[in-house]
Write a protein that binds this ligand. Sequence first.
Ligand code: ADP
Ligand code: MG
Length: 700
Amino acid sequence: MLQIKHIRKQYITGNLVQQALDGGSLNFRENEFVSILGPSGSGKTTLLNIIGGLDRYDDGDLIINGISTKKYKDRDWDSYRNHTIGFVFQSYNLIPHQSVLANVELALTISGISKAERRERAKKALEEVGLGDQIHKKPNQMSGGQMQRVAIARALVNNPKVLLADEPTGALDTETSVQVMELLKEVAKDRLVIMVTHNPELAEEYATRIVRLRDGKITDDSNPYLVEEASEETLRHENMGKSSMSYLTALSLSFNNLKTKKARTLLTAFAGSIGIIGIALILSLSNGVNNYITDIQKSTMTSYPITIEAQALDFSSIIEISPGHAEEMDIEHEKDAVYMNSMDLELASTVTTSLTQNNLTEFKKYLDDEDSEIHEYVGDNGILYTYDTKFGVYTTDPEGEFVNTDGSTLQEAKQSAASSMISGIGSSMGGNGDGSAMSSMVSRASDNFEELLPDSDGTGVSNAIKDNYELLYGEWPVAYDEVVLVLNKNNEIAATTIYELGILPSSEYKELMEQLEDGEKLETQLQQWSYEDICDKQFYLIPACDMYVENENGTFDCIADDEEALGERFEDAVKLKVTGVIRPDEDLENLFINAPFGYTRELTDYLIQYTEESAVVKAQEENADINVVNGMSFEPKDDAAKISDVKIYLSGLGVSDKAKLCKEMLVASAAAGSGSGTDAAMMANMGSMGETELAAMMDQ
Ligand code: ADP
Ligand code: MG
């Protein structure tokens, strides 16, 4: 049972205060047909939206099955909306290029119901509204009355206890209106229907109860329902289940046989679309629920960044090929021979053809153009450009040992513990095997350090972050050398990260890995640190350009793997100060800081400036044809020059470097699949080979 008690809602726009609802109370029966009448602006829509959980009341209470909603969390509202309420609006809000069946089914896809059941229930709902024979039509092939019936079927398919309808006949002629009203009357036989209308005749004829509103006040109720407070049952809140997105998982599986690169783009597109689906679904439900949309958009926007990639995927085509629809592609045939089912190819083709290329250059021009229509919506702080800045951050653990916070120190521990060549190969592939020293050696550092969205003026920390994260201790970072520690909602940091950041000794991690290796059960204990202690920890940032030191040949040696040389640089390093500790708000759905440390735009700017002035960059700029790290030309004029370059390069390598290179070449060729049997055999042998042998092999 639903009750509203002294419900109040104000809208404040500028200096204007609109009292949309002014303290009225109503109790609704489990099953009746209530019509809400009143002049335009009297608060009907507001009332309906509050009852449906689309909008929040300022004061008073909405009581659902005897339970106050004052303490409702976003999750509870979501569950209530998804399971208890169905909505119908004047403008139908159907997705135009989807079949009627797909439109109805879509309402079920987010509730994690199996494909067969979804299809079954959607068909049944459409039959109930008298459209059982039209399920494959598109909305634009239907009349207004039929579209509204589709919308009603969509609202009913979840079998909600309450159906809310906001002027459902507002766009229909009298005759069709009557059909829709008949349908709603039928629906109201076993559930509560609350309908807003400004057609008193229809209300009188069909509704079992008429409530009149004027200026936000209830002026009349033809059939009030009095509930004795004492007799109120304390009912459980039903269906507090979590909506699941299982079909996305199912869908992603069916892409497995697509080319990897495309599949990857697809999955990224998917991850990115979930927020967008949220908006699309809501928009498709109603365009009259501005506040709710703003809320959703706000929480979606905070899942920054919205990634716009060179390739994009038309999401609606994915819905078309969702497993339920795939069946439609079945071609009818006899079962008397062997037939080809080309669904897999069609799926692949739908996906490929819905991938489009974005013209990012034009898009950026559009974004930057002061006169483009998007400018009005983007505002001053809507578009920010960031650099994927790379750097190394080092520290010492409680035992005074050198730690690289990118986790490589721990990986060494893992390796030596495992003493297995194979894991060595794995890490050399992931970490250093891509040949571009600059990016590879520092690439993981950014996993533990992430740039925070700056404020609209490009400095400090954006209000979007401050609104969604609570500052538990200290201050927000401001300067380039200030960082903030980001905990999870439960004030925690993952154990591995704790070791990566040198908060606990690497040697201990090594022991743990050994225990794991031996199949022992790990004993973990609850450990805690005070905010003060954790903020006292010193981190040393060494810009990527400082990892290159000029040698006597005039080229630059990379010291990234040389702990000692790095350790000596601690003096000149940027000493990062941990200025504060933050935690995401409990209701935040999309975390938008995914690293334990956040740094400011100031650090990025500082590093860009610093790098520009560094010796290695200057040397490279002066000598554009020669790679100053290895002395070879970037574009040798022919193969002979290439060969001679390589010979010079190899002759300059030490045994360890040669061994490493040899290993990487074997791994790369095996991975590329060119894998002649010999390579594979050599791989297998590598475990027993020492550096000298590998280096000799390289020489050969
Ligand atoms: P009805 O549906 O009866 O026409 P509404 O509930 O839409 O009335 O609106 C009630 C009052 O609240 C109106 O004065 C309207 O201008 C105001 N109002 C409704 N929504 C908003 C909003 N999002 N922002 C500001 N004022 C609003
Ligand atoms: Mg209205």
